[in-house]
Ligand binder design. Sequence first.
Ligand SMILES: Nc1ncnc2c1ncn2[C@@H]1O[C@H](COP(=O)(O)OP(=O)(O)OP(=O)(O)O)[C@@H](O)[C@H]1O
Ligand SMILES: [Mg+2]
Length: 232
Amino acid sequence: MLEVVGLEAGYGDGRVLFGVELAVGAGEVVTLLGRNGMGKTTTLSTIMGILRAQGGTVRFGGAPIHHLPAYRIARLGLGLVPEGRQIFPNLTVRENLVATAADSEKHGQWTLDTVLDLFPALRERLGSLGALLSGGEQQMLAVGRALMTNPRLLLLDEATEGLAPRIRDEIWRVLARLKAGGQAILLVDKNITPLLRLANRHYILEKGRTVWSGSSAELAAASELQHRYLGV
Ligand SMILES: Nc1ncnc2c1ncn2[C@@H]1O[C@H](COP(=O)(O)OP(=O)(O)OP(=O)(O)O)[C@@H](O)[C@H]1O
Ligand SMILES: [Mg+2]
């Protein structure tokens, strides 16, 4: 479904990615791991067309997308839950959910109603401004907003960061439900234990390069690798 080969990108003259390799198949949950500053967010931004690729290729469904503007990439079916959530603070929960959905609601299972079934807490807050939500509610809203576009591939950047353990667990449960429903997911997170349970495969980034890839069983067994590249 998604194939990233030799991806290079950066900010201005500063190169950050020097050859990222990864792939996500239909229905797969795949993680992108690495310490702070290794290029995980930059990789997701480049896949989404928010940053311009300076080398390499990104293919989605077999077709190159790295030359396309961000709105076209989103329309092809890539939905990002960005680092820091970035919900619209001055829009209500309902407005946040419908703002980016356009007519994609017609094309899949995710509608305002089914998203609210997935996150019942949001149903009670439909009229509240985004800014007034708790961190956990904002994160659920960010996930719900991405689902409203009915993405073929859902990308999440640190979706459990800074949340209370109970809320984290709820996010993990929701992601497991999405996976069971066949949703393909590319996930950046620092909590290895739940990732080992949820994901099929993993990639590790070190200074903008993919240095390792393997299954959950392989990663779980490689404690020296976890220590060296993930600091755990
Ligand atoms: N907007 C920016 N302008 C310039 N440099 C940036 C910008 N964003 C990130 N960088 C640099 O690019 C490198 C990779 O950052 P990136 O945010 O992709 O890392 P990350 O793996 O997502 O880290 P973290 O785990 O802290 O989120 C870092 O050296 C960072 O300082
Ligand atoms: Mg990041």
